[in-house]
Design a protein around this ligand. Structure first.
Ligand code: IVH
Length: 659
């Protein structure tokens, strides 16, 4: 192909990919499959490799993140990123409305309302529709140049749908779900947890190495753009930002008069925990842009906007007692029993205190007045002590297990104290409870109270025993009648055929949460394949670290656990993956491609390896299993030879993958 034809093809592919990025990331409405998308992307990659002089910085392939920086450059914002005046009550909101109406000499004003994102404020500068610079707000006047990093965010277009000059402002956030996943991974890697999604977002953008940022699923929401011709209202401006390529808060809310605003603000407070990301309030803006200009600014904030801050999801209460709980892995967790308190719509009676050191660090004693907090789906926790009282007394970790009485044990370097008696009834109950939960095998009518009854009546000794329960067994228990007993039996029987990732999660393996379980289920087609698994092999799955791998291997090598899985099999529980993803013949194998291939592109080859469970890599090491050498293979070939790595020709590779 000559350069001119390639150039045209490249432009066409970029346009198509941008369009699909927009549909997928901004509108949440993909119109093609991942495979079709990858095909376009790989084709573009291939052409750009062939004609590197045609690569431009706004190509969708250029999001990978460049070299690490030594420090960020300072950016002086041409127009400072202002702050917002804050109000916390309905009265103050009405006062704001009064000032606005007086300033404009109007009886009634339209307001535009959107959430106040709790992330990191950013300014993005586009010239003729191309991203030139991304900077943090900093102190409003001086920010940091983080262009390299913002380029890695899929919700920040490198090229807009229109060739405009515009500065777009908005917030980089990390959705709750991703925040939880990130912290799970950090625990696994012995890294400190992020305290909240905002810190995680800020920490991810202010990274000198863009290779770190690229791995964080950050999102950008736009809430401001420099005025554009023909746009007369805030809601049209936001609609425009959405059209040229940005995510915005939807639905667009423009409301007539402050009463409507108050109604919306109150309604949203109840729903705020259901949003996929954290907010700390609502921003109310005068909708008419000419009116905004008329009202102008004070030295620090616009007169035409105000932030209504929701009360934090925190409350003050008293620690009435501290008791310990035995988890399904034997970990002893101290729990604060609180004077019941309303917190973001629910009554909180207990809060986790995590472990002994955490109690010491926060200085919590029984009888203390404390602040408790609830974030998203997370269990409430004690944030800090307000004051000790005259009857406060320190908590002492018990020496023996509160359930089975055996001696407790805290390993050197571990935060958790444990009961190491595997047949401790508390652990048995907890394991069964975990097995039956909605996220695991989802047995709707098998709740904690029933499980305690079943274990105490010695009707079940482990979760597999649930499957052999008869209606008569349940009827023997207190509080059960014909219908309720039948419901229990039905919900157990319907939980025989759950997807593999749920089953793996349900097994309650230490350090295997839902995320890790789904990674494993993606790479294996049956629990049987995990029995003699080599931890080294498991670690080849991206996202699985040495500690998880070790924990998995140990679980499956335990005789009791194998016995438990056999019991499940005999009870008729499906241990295999439902979708037949076929086998993964290359599982755990690392491949490096070098030189030119005759019948496929390198990305195609790598994709093929991936689809069969293998792991393509770009450099040769002792860990490499195969090097596939094409024409003019170069230094990787020499290195493979030196290290004794198996070298395949393209033909041999195709035979191996049966293509
Ligand atoms: S408007 C001149 N809208 O709040 C207009 N700001 O207190 C000023 N923020 O750091 C900004 N969500 O990043 C606006 N929907 C929203 C917002 C929002 C969050 C942040 C903003 C700034 C702070 C101002």
């Amino acid at each position: 192909m000559d350069k001119a034809t390639a150039g045209k093809k490249i432009e066409k592919l970029r346009k198509e990919i941008r369009h699909h990025d927009y549909l997928y990331y901004v509108l949440d409405k993909p119109s093609i499959s991942d495979q079709e998308y990858d095909k376009l992307f790989n084709e573009l990659n291939r052409l750009e490799k062939q004609f590197p002089e045609l690569i431009t910085s706004d190509s969708p392939t250029q999001r990978v993140g460049g070299e690490p920086l030594k420090e960020f450059k300072t950016v002086i914002h041409k127009n400072p990123l202002l702050s917002l005046d804050k109000v916390t009550s309905e009265e103050e909101l009405r006062e704001f409305d009064k000032r606005v109406r007086e300033g404009l000499n109007k009886d009634n004003v339209f307001y535009f309302v959107e959430v106040k994102f709790d992330g990191l404020a950013m300014a993005l500068n586009y010239k003729s529709g191309t991203l030139e610079k991304g900077s943090t707000r900093g102190d409003g006047v001086r920010g940091e140049d983080v262009t390299q990093n913002v380029r890695t965010l899929k919700t920040i277009p490198l090229k807009l749908n229109e060739t405009v000059d515009i500065e777009v402002r908005g917030e980089v956030i990390l959705p709750y779900e991703e925040f939880i996943k990130l912290n799970e991974e950090r625990i696994e890697n012995d890294e400190p947890k992020f305290a909240n999604p905002r810190n995680a977002a800020a920490g991810s953008i202010r990274q000198l190495d863009p290779k770190v940022t690229v791995k964080r699923p950050l999102e950008f929401y736009a809430y401001y753009g420099t005025p554009q011709k023909g746009i007369k209202t805030q809601h049209d401006l936001i609609k425009y930002l959405n059209e040229i390529g940005f995510k915005v808060y939807l639905p667009l809310m423009y409301l007539k008069g402050i009463d409507e605003v108050i109604k919306y603000v109150n309604g949203l407070e109840l729903k705020r925990e259901k949003l996929p990301y954290e907010i700390d309030g609502v921003v109310i803006k005068v909708d008419d842009l000419a009116d905004q200009e008329k009202l102008g600014f004070t030295s620090r904030a616009p007169r035409w906007a105000v932030a209504f801050k929701y009360p934090p999801m925190q409350a003050e209460t008293v620690v009435e007692d501290i008791k310990v709980q035995v988890g399904r892995t034997g970990a002893i967790t101290p729990v604060a029993y609180l004077k019941p308190v309303h917190l973001a719509g629910v009554v909180v009676k207990r809060a986790t205190l995590h472990n002994e050191d955490e109690i010491k660090r926060k200085g919590i004693e029984i009888g203390d007045q404390v602040i408790v907090q609830r974030a998203g789906e997370v269990i409430p926790e004690v944030v800090k002590v307000l004051k000790h009282t005259s009857h406060s007394k320190p908590f002492k970790m018990p020496k023996t297990c509160p359930v089975c009485g055996s001696e407790l044990y805290r390993a050197k370097g571990e935060a958790a104290t444990r009961c190491i008696n595997v047949s401790c009834p508390a652990q048995v109950m907890e394991r069964i409870r975990h097995f039956a939960t909605r996220e695991a095998m989802d047995m709707e009518h098998v709740g904690p109270a029933l499980i305690i009854q079943l274990v105490e009546a010695k009707l079940v000794g482990d979760a597999a025993d649930l499957y052999s329960l008869k209606k008569q067994d349940i009827l023997k228990l207190e509080r059960f009648a014909e219908r309720s007993a039948q419901k229990v039996i039905d919900s157990i029987q319907s939980a025989k055929d759950r997807p593999l990732d749920r089953l793996i999660y349900a097994l309650g393996i230490r350090m295997v949460g839902r995320h890790v379980a789904s990674l494993i289920a993606e790479n294996f087609s049956s629990v049987d394949d995990l029995f003699d698994i080599d931890p080294e092999k498991l670690q080849k799955i991206p996202g699985i670290g040495p500690r998880v791998a070790e924990s998995m291997a140990r679980f499956f090598s335990e005789k009791e656990n194998r016995h438990f899985i056999e019991k499940l099999r005999r009870a008729g529980v499906t241990l295999k993956s439902k979708e037949s993803k076929g086998s993964k013949p290359l599982f755990g194998k690392t491949f490096v491609f070098t030189g030119g291939l005759a019948t496929m592109t390198r990305p195609d080859g790598e994709e093929l390896v991936r689809s069969l469970g293998g792991h393509p890599s770009s450099s040769v090491s002792k860990q490499t299993d195969y090097v596939v050498a094409g024409t003019d293979p170069g230094s990787k070939y020499d290195k493979a030879k030196k290290l004794g790595v198996k070298i395949l020709t393209e033909e041999e590779f195709k035979k191996l993958v049966k293509k």
